[in-house]
Design a protein. Structure first.
Length: 182
């Protein structure tokens, strides 16, 4: 099966560059680009999209809001959050959406982007190594953020960072799949 992927980023060169990276993968059939959320929503209404890479910070409707819309209205699409910012607020906001994939654009290369897509399309999670390292440290930088996770959320987050799929997390934490995805 050849997958159809959507890349959403307000910087045209970044969006087109990511699309070019992804198009080289043998498992990708078609890559669509959108430079804002409205165009992305238009594309998912018309096309069968399997995965979407979405920039967290965009004007008008930001990527976090777009992710939440897609999760609610197009839940079959596998979502990957992206940011070029390394600040805790953006990282936490993306993590709180529960996206199975997370890339830092400033360090992403073709191999990492395609590996992330492969993992997410297979039902697994992929968080860029920098984010995994940050979360796996016992002195979480994210704890300095005004957003606080419950012990249960931290348990789920740790499993996500270890690459476990939603079903595995739900089973291990004795939760429903819907609860884990929320």
């Amino acid at each position: 099966m050849k997958y159809r992927v959507l890349v959403v980023d307000d910087f045209v060169s970044v969006c087109d560059g990511l699309a070019a990276m992804i198009e080289k993968s043998e498992q990708i059939g078609k890559v669509f680009t959108a430079y804002h959320a409205a165009k992305a929503l238009d594309i998912v209404k018309k096309e069968k999209i399997h995965a979407a890479l979405i920039d967290a910070r965009m004007p008008t409707v930001n990527g976090i809001a777009l992710i939440r819309i897609l999760q609610k209205e197009y839940s079959a699409i596998k979502l990957i959050g992206m940011t070029s910012f390394d600040d805790d607020d953006t990282v936490v906001a993306l993590l709180r959406t529960g996206v199975p994939g997370f890339l830092l654009k400033r360090s992403a290369n073709t191999k990492e982007v395609n590996h992330c897509l492969q993992e997410v399309l297979a039902g697994n999670t992929f968080y860029t190594p920098e984010v995994q390292k940050r979360l796996s440290n016992n002195g979480f930088d994210l704890l300095k953020s005004p957003v606080h996770f419950s012990d249960r959320e931290w348990d789920a987050l740790k499993l996500i960072c270890q690459g476990y799929a939603t079903k595995h997390i739900a089973y291990n934490l004795h939760l429903s799949i819907n609860t884990v995805e929320d």
